[in-house]
Design a protein around this ligand. Structure first.
Ligand SMILES: [Fe+2]
Length: 391
């Protein structure tokens, strides 16, 4: 019985029917849905007397059209209407506009329907016949319930954000500790002091040269800074031995990638690329490396980058048994081993990343704090990462 033709036109072809002049901000916006024009208007006027802004629809379909265009806080809807009925509307509202409070108006004989509506997400119901004065209390109760639900959602979101921030901070503090350890390990040997920090810098520059994303660059830098952490499990006797290592000693030394990956396994669970750098930085392109004998594309590009950076820094810094090679000589050696030990594209990226005037080894960067890119929260905009320090 949708007798009011003026109310069935699509919204947008005319001004929605309201009894207020303009829809002010900060006022509660109500939508009254009923196919009975006199009842609908009476409800709408009552709402305006209570201080709400009100708009009307004669059935569920018109209500949806209004909801798609007008922000609404509360709906008072009849259940039995031609076209889309109140229950269908309620389900749609629960699905598409879950923050809207819905009050269902129903006859006394339809109490079971009202209960179904409550189960489907209605905030309250009003039974017909009703006194308009009773409406205010029910409406305000429904709005209060809505406000509590929205507050609760907000608190939950804030709490989740706080918990997430703290988790990141804890992760960072752990990583800072681990990186301090990596620096301390490098410093055990005067010849390797600053090695990890320089490898991180070379790797970062190569990763950028190769066009990796900001997140990939950060992960490369992170893994590079920690790549030798497993040397904590190698004795000073072996690590600082000035002469050639025995086969047994070399075997023990080369356990450091696996030890490192084991140490960082849990800490870098959200950064598997960085973890793979720690485990695989002694792999070779031709599959003759350790510990897994990975070859070609089985070795992630971040690992192939760090492998080149690691070797370049080793070559361009002095050792007790040999002097430092020049950068030119190191580049020649990298190219000679391209295709067997190293990825040729990565070698070229290393050479291209530094202008010919660069003095190697580059000064050891300091105060670079390790960061795991927060890939789900805007990688590339995190100004706290260490990358900026190298620019
Ligand atoms: Fe290593």
């Amino acid at each position: 019985m949708s007798g009011d033709n003026n109310l069935t036109e699509p919204v947008g072809t005319r001004q929605p029917v309201t009894h207020g002049a303009q829809r002010p901000h900060g006022q509660v916006h109500c939508l009254v849905v009923d196919d009975e024009p006199s009842l609908r208007r009476a409800l709408s006027r009552a709402l305006e007397r209570f201080g709400f802004w009100s708009i009307e629809a004669s059935d569920g379909q018109e209500a949806v059209r209004i909801l798609e265009q007008v922000p609404i806080d509360m709906i008072i809807t009849d259940v039995q209407m031609p076209g889309m009925d109140g229950i269908t509307l309620l389900r749609m509202v629960s699905d598409r506009w879950p923050d809207i409070a819905v009050v269902v108006v129903t006859g006394v004989t339809e109490v079971s329907i009202a209960v179904s509506c409550l189960r489907a997400g209605a905030h309250d119901f009003i039974t017909k016949p009703f006194q308009l004065d009773d409406i205010q209390a029910r409406v305000e109760q429904a709005l209060e319930k809505r406000r509590l639900i929205l507050d609760n959602k907000r608190y939950q979101k804030d709490l989740e954000g706080m918990v997430q921030d703290q988790a990141y901070r804890i992760e960072e503090l752990f990583l800072e500790g681990v990186q301090s350890l990596a620096s301390a390990l490098d410093a055990r040997d005067a010849y390797t002091r600053g090695h990890s920090a320089r490898v991180a810098l070379y790797s970062m520059r190569m990763a950028r040269q190769l066009g990796l994303s900001d997140a990939e660059v950060q992960l490369t830098e992170l893994g590079a800074g920690l790549h030798d952490i497993g040397k904590i499990g190698v004795t000073d006797e072996i690590l600082l031995k000035p002469g050639k290592l025995t086969d047994e000693e070399y075997k023990s030394l080369m356990e450091h990638p696996v030890i490192g990956a084991r140490i960082l396994d849990n800490l870098l669970k959200n950064a598997p690329e960085a973890l793979s750098i720690v485990r695989s930085h002694h792999e070779r392109l031709d599959g003759r490396g350790t510990p897994d004998g990975l070859a070609g594309d089985e070795i992630p590009v971040q690992v192939r980058i760090v492998t080149v950076a690691d070797s370049f820094d080793a070559m361009t810094t002095a050792r007790p048994y040999r002097g430092a090679r020049s950068a030119e000589a190191a580049f020649v050696e990298l190219r000679r081993c391209a295709g067997t030990q190293f990825d040729p594209d990565v070698v070229e990226a290393m050479i291209a990343a530094f202008p010919p005037s660069t003095v190697f080894p580059i000064p050891t960067p300091d105060n670079v704090k390790p960061r795991i890119p927060h890939s789900v929260v805007g990688v590339g905009t995190d100004s706290r990462n260490g990358i900026k320090m190298y620019d």
